[in-house]
Write a protein that binds this ligand. Structure first.
Ligand SMILES: [Zn+2]
Length: 196
């Protein structure tokens, strides 16, 4: 069994997490926009609506993490280097910040189980949930159904959506799992009519 990292939190399915990110995209008026305006969201909307502050720190003052969320203090700390790269649209850095936003929206009031549990299911892992949230916020699987995961596809998704390579891979895979099947079942009856 692959080891799943993170703390045990109340379970959340991919569908529920996706519904949360879709709400945010709609509220930002960019439901179908490829490049999600992450920095304006972090620097203007989060403080204004949710009272959450983004706090870039000199790298040496945050030695153990790229970024850290303090839900009760409503602060997201981030290494200055990560913050600067995110401003310059670096996909991996945008994913780090989107992941922290996920912790804020999903794990604000939940009790973290501090015992790392080897039999933890993905959907009850804080880190799986936050990664899922980041992928869906920045590159929703529903928008990636035309890709098959070739090298060209991956670089196109990285460029258009501003995500990391691993996020592009995961989201294209998710698009196949979640939407391709539905698409096929929708067109299947039409094919039968044509051949009848
Ligand atoms: Zn995390």
């Amino acid at each position: 069994m692959p080891y799943i990292s993170g703390y045990k939190v109340p379970p959340l399915s991919w569908e529920k997490i996706s519904a949360k990110t879709e709400t945010i995209r709609e509220a930002m008026d960019c439901k179908d926009k490829k490049f999600f305006p992450l920095m304006p969201f972090l620097e203007f909307i989060l403080p204004k609506i949710f009272g959450v502050l983004l706090d870039p720190l000199e790298d040496e003052n945050l030695p153990d993490a790229e970024a850290l969320t303090w839900p009760s203090r409503k602060i997201i700390q981030v290494k200055e280097s990560v913050y600067n790269r995110a401003i310059n649209s670096d996909g991996a850095s945008r994913m780090i910040l989107a992941h922290e936003i996920g912790h804020f929206f999903m794990h604000e009031d939940v009790p973290y189980c501090k015992n790392r549990n080897p039999s933890l299911k993905a959907y009850e892992s804080s880190e799986w949930q936050a990664n899922c949230f980041a992928g869906e916020l920045l590159a929703p699987a529903r928008m990636l159904t035309q890709y098959n995961g070739s090298r060209e596809d991956l670089y196109e998704v990285i460029g258009l959506y501003g995500v990391s390579l691993s996020a592009a891979e995961k989201q294209i895979k998710r698009a196949k799992e979640k939407y391709h099947h539905k698409y096929l079942t929708k067109i299947a009856p039409l094919k039968i009519q044509v051949t009848a």
